[in-house]
Write a protein of this length. Structure first.
Length: 387
């Protein structure tokens, strides 16, 4: 490989959440952090160089979105995901969680129903609840090592909902939804007058052998009844730079959302967000493909290790992302005891599965976006703790 993903980069002491947030979260700092969804790989050099070159100018003034930002997004999503988008259909948003909160406030009123599918990325329901919306939980089914949609349940739960927040690909399950599933979602939501917010931040982390289908591409119905949020931050390991964007193809929806964003001066990014995104999308194909190959190796390593050394723990094998939902139900522990096993005995900091909803009981989320030596150390600690 051209890039070295085995290199260990010391992150502790840089105010990073993953390492420096362990003490605040667990009250101790002797845990190996395998939780927060960023990677321990260096941010690609072409992104760092683009920022350095801009700093050489030594005037950090007010900045317009550069043309290369628009062009790089248009080219990237077109080639990588088959999304045909025009410049006016792209909008800057300062982070996808924030953007979801903005969409909730823009398209719903206090007390309106918003549907989510647990176990799912927890800000989906947290931002809805905190903005005083009624959250409708339509649980996914966990079977055959994957998460699945029960469409009979979906059809019932969606009734009366103003918004549905879709995790595409799914976090924490790592599932890449297929074309038929997404088309069915689009049809059901359209029939019920429910707009879809598609969070596609993990799209570029789709692993070899799978294909991400952007929600807006699966049908004209989907295209005209949705907002897609995307970002290069997860794939290129730069979540510290808010570089997210919206793709909105329905002019009425786009004008309403843009008006909401501009009313509070939320639609303008900083210069580094534009530059970093353009650098990632213009130069990142080789780096991303090599990184995904390495992550796939980490996933395969984890699967073999569990089968050979910890057979009581299995996993939902990701089709996208470096996050693995570990199924620990065969251990027969309460959730509190399970968390204590990982923390007190294995000295590991993972995400408690129940943070993604009650359906995550018996699960823990493991981040394998790290050098394999670190992953091996974590799994060895877990194996010794279980005995």
């Amino acid at each position: 490989m051209k890039y070295n993903f085995d290199e260990i980069t010391v992150r502790k002491g840089t105010d990073c959440v993953k390492y420096d947030g362990v003490l605040e979260t667990w009250g101790r700092d002797d845990l190996l952090p395998m939780w927060v969804a960023d990677m321990d790989f260096r941010t690609p050099p072409f992104i760092i160089n683009a920022i350095r070159q801009r700093l050489d100018h030594e005037v950090l003034g007010y900045t317009l979105p550069c043309q290369s930002w628009y062009d790089s997004i248009i080219n990237w999503v077109g080639k990588r995901h088959g999304i045909q988008v025009k410049q006016e259909e792209i909008g800057f948003v300062p982070g996808i969680v924030r953007a979801i909160a903005f969409a909730v406030n823009c398209f719903t009123e206090v007390g309106d129903k918003v549907m989510v599918q647990p176990p799912v990325y927890h800000p989906f329901f947290l931002v809805s609840e905190r903005n005083k919306r009624e959250v409708v939980y339509s649980p996914l089914e966990i079977r055959d090592g994957q998460v699945h949609i029960n469409f009979d349940r979906f059809r019932q739960d969606i009734k009366g909902c103003k918004l549905f927040i879709l995790c595409n690909p799914h976090n924490p399950g790592g599932r890449v939804w297929n074309l038929e599933e997404l088309q069915t979602i689009a049809d059901i939501c359209h029939e019920n007058g429910t707009m879809v917010i598609s969070d596609e931040i993990h799209a570029d982390l789709t692993l070899p052998g799978y294909r991400h289908h952007s929600f807006s591409t699966v049908s004209e119905t989907a295209r005209m009844n949705s907002i897609t949020f995307m970002a290069p931050s997860k794939a290129f390991n730069m979540p510290g730079i808010s570089s997210s964007y919206s793709l909105i193809f329905n002019e009425v929806i786009r004008e309403k959302f843009n008006e909401f964003m501009e009313a509070s001066e939320l639609a303008m990014g900083n210069m580094f967000a534009y530059l970093a995104c353009a650098a990632a999308y213009s130069n990142g194909t080789e780096w991303l493909d090599q990184m995904l190959s390495y992550v796939q190796g980490n996933i395969d390593f984890t699967e073999r290790f569990l089968q050979e050394r910890i057979p009581a723990i299995s996993m939902l094998k990701p089709q996208a992302s470096y996050l693995i939902f570990l199924d620990c139900r065969k251990l027969g522990l309460s959730q509190e005891a399970l968390v204590n096993l990982f923390v007190d005995k294995a000295h590991l900091a993972l995400n408690d599965g129940t943070m993604f909803g009650p359906e995550g009981k018996g699960f823990m989320r493991l981040n394998v976006g790290c050098p394999r030596s670190i992953l091996k150390q974590a799994l060895e600690q877990l194996a010794r703790a279980i005995g």
